[in-house]
Design a binder for this molecule. Sequence first.
Ligand code: NAD
Length: 352
Amino acid sequence: MTDSFVHTSYASRVVFGPGTLEQVAAEVELLGVRRALVIATGSAQQAADVVEEALTERFAGRIDGVRQHVPTEVAEAARATAREVEADGIVAIGGGSAIGLAKAIALTADVKILAVPTTYAGSEMTPVWGETSGGSKTTGTDVRVLPKTVVYDPMLTLQLPLHTTAASVANALAHCVEAVWTERANPITETAAVEAAKALADGFRELLREPEPRSQHGLTSPADLSARGELLFGACLAGSALASAGTGVHHKLCHLLGGTYNLPHAETHAAVLPQVARVKAAEVPRAKARLEEALQTDDLATGLFDLFKAANIPTSLQALGLTREQAAEAADRFPGDVEEILTRAWAGTRPE
Ligand code: NAD
């Protein structure tokens, strides 16, 4: 029998498939947006050009300067631009940083976001925002920042370098794993998380079979596209699981580390997740077994660690530039006992 539960799902429209970038302008129109501000990450300039042209008179302006963890000065400048161009909508193309900047604007202005994600961070499916000021990252939840429409075009991810891909997949897997043990975890979020983990693991294995994407040689093979599609679908499900289940110790710890020591977001998740899983997964044996089946491993924590190691992602915080003293300081600042988790994550100890 299924236990009693409460689940909140967040309403957004998802348009998924190769070539859907071409539908962005029509989707903007469907949202009733008249003046769209385009925010594009460095790698997405070509895609932004395509959208800018297709938007015709609905194009209001463009922001290309995007930085991780949404520094307040970047957010303030973007808010000023949005006011200047009288934007009532934003098209954000890029990873979590571009989408995060759009969210920072939507937090203080009445704008509708259309997100076009090009990594697997999953921010596009969540009402969670973040901003960093003076070495401290503040996060919050507000439905005003939830993108109204998300356009997933796997074609845009074909050139995502393997290292960035691997770290971003680790970030998405962190959403799946944490979504099974948070206070708001429930059978719906658990099922989404398990299916997401399966899609991410399958897509990633498929991609690793061909580590030099054939698309880099000017050709897009069906295999590349199929793996990229699988990964993007996993990211979408993982993001929605995170949105409904909320964050727990793992995400809170990664936000503290990322915001305070300016560590790279996705890589930090990869170093911390196996260590948190070692401690937390035992609390949720059914979900642990389902995730292990999805990831084809006998043990969740070591399975994740070995997967990240095989993908050449740094599995220690030390390798990301965090000092031992900073790790100890973070453990002191965290509201909860994470000393062992941080000691092991700093050293990159296999979580046996
Ligand atoms: P990112 O957006 O900073 O992108 C990483 C790098 O990859 C950048 O240099 C970017 O230009 C490049 N890139 C992105 N897409 C590419 C592509 N298709 N091809 C080639 N290069 C590409 O990193 P991220 O990990 O996607 O996002 C991290 C940020 O998102 C952090 O600030 C994090 O806090 C936030 N985030 C928020 C949520 C949420 O729910 N609010 C969820 C996840 C992440």
